[in-house]
Design a binder for this molecule. Structure first.
Ligand code: EZ4
Ligand code: CO
Length: 403
């Protein structure tokens, strides 16, 4: 039997924090899984070290489904970002092992390629519409076919999605949460001008996306979707918080702008109604935060029944390990839509050598066995963990708002 013999959790900060689980077997083959939960990294490390790893030693590394069920049902306490990220890490590592044993890239185990390449989008952002427009031009020059555009809002000193660095976006910027101030009124007045400018300058051949980052109410989101209809967005992301899935019904009643949501979802239960009632067009759950490949494939299959396509989260806090796993998933499933891709810093790339590569707006998973991503433990040791939080958001009167 291929037995899990040893496991370790590697916490490293090559430009930002990443948590990685490494599972070793009695036959020498090992697998790795991403376990990074931005701003709550050590909670997952503890969950793995103290509560999961003791149960894994001696288990059959080939029994991925049974191990998933064991960790999900067997904990009694289901769901939640910490639990599901920890389960995802185990699941990714076990799929990696299975791929290596079979000597096949994971997409082959998922039924083979459904497409030759994976369309990705990057984040263009600037403090002003002019700056964002310029940045969209830079992405076009890099060959992107899809670009998310965000801009600073006049009268607000900082806005979600606007960063100092251009091809790298890191919102977890401080050892205690930074405080931002938000105004929905100012935002709603400004955003349509951005997309008008972008369409005037670049036409309709490029896919444009926008992320609202959970800041509107359903009726405000309906209004924004309607205002943006002339600019034909690929999607409007996280228009409202999806704690209440019914919220999306109200948005749908007012706009045909396609809707995407799900980067903070952990299970199929978070999007069951959104999918079944066709209230969204793209589901953004990804491997690391939604219970791994085993559970994400289940979400995607369910979504396929309702014409909902995938658009996996792929910001910088999703490690190259998650990206390698996501790309093997993206290239294999029938209802793939798009993959988010924010570049990692060179230090991160060094710690995580990977088989995937970017070319002219597409990512290719490569043909290495498993998910095709490894970790250089010696290099990882050079970058100790640094506490970093995502910002918090308040309205002008001091009320807490969604960040
Ligand atoms: O703010 O990944 O679409 N991407 C995003 C991200 C999230 C971060 C949070 O960790 O909304 O930039
Ligand atoms: Co987002």
């Amino acid at each position: 039997m291929l037995e899990i013999k040893e496991a370790k959790v590697i916490v490293t900060c090559p430009g930002r924090n990443f948590v990685t689980l490494k599972l070793m077997t009695n036959e020498g083959v090992y697998g790795i899984g991403d376990a990074t939960l931005n701003g709550r990294e050590l909670a997952v490390a503890t969950y793995l070290n103290d509560h999961i790893i003791p149960c894994l030693i001696g288990r059959d590394a080939h029994q991925i489904e049974d191990t998933w069920q064991y960790l999900y049902r067997g904990s009694y306490w289901r769901k939640g970002p910490v639990t599901m990220t920890a389960i995802a890490a185990v699941d990714m590592a076990l799929w990696d092992i299975k791929g290596k044993v079979a000597n096949l890239p994971l997409y082959q185990l998922f039924g083979g390629k459904s497409r030759d390449r994976v369309m990705v989008y990057g984040h263009a952002n600037g403090r002003t519409i002019e700056e964002t427009t310029e940045q969209v031009g830079t992405y076009l020059d890099l060959g992107y076919h899809a670009i998310r555009a965000q801009t600073g809002i006049p009268g607000l000193s900082s806005t979600y999605g606007v960063s100092k660095d251009k091809l790298f976006y890191e919102p977890a910027d401080s050892s205690l949460p930074t405080e931002n101030i938000w105004s929905t009124e100012k935002y709603l007045d400004h955003i349509p001008h951005l997309f008008q400018r972008l369409r005037d300058q670049y036409g309709f051949d490029v896919h444009l996306l926008h992320d609202v980052h959970h800041r509107l109410t359903p009726i405000e989101a309906g209004r924004l979707g309607k205002l943006l209809e002339p600019y034909r967005l690929f999607w409007l992301e996280d228009a409202v918080s999806a704690d209440n899935q019914e919220s999306f019904r109200l948005i749908r009643q007012h706009t045909v702008t396609p809707l995407a949501v799900g980067e903070i979802f952990n299970t199929l239960w978070d999007c069951q109604h959104l999918i079944q009632e066709q209230l969204i067009d793209y589901i953004r759950a990804t491997v690391v935060h939604a219970g791994g490949l085993t559970h994400l494939r289940r979400i995607a299959d369910f979504a396929a029944l309702y014409n909902v396509r995938t658009g996996c989260h792929g910001a910088t806090d999703l490690s190259p390990v998650c990206m390698g796993a996501a790309l093997n998933f993206d290239i294999a499933i029938p209802n793939f839509g798009i993959q988010e891709y924010m570049r990692h810093l060179p230090e991160t790339e060094e710690v995580f050598p990977h088989a995937y590569h970017f070319e002219k707006g597409f990512l290719y998973p490569g043909d290495s066995p498993g998910h095709g991503v490894d970790i250089d433990e010696e290099k990882a040791k050079q970058y100790p963990y640094q506490r970093a939080y995502l910002p918090v958001n308040r309205l002008a009167d001091g009320s807490m708002h969604n960040w």
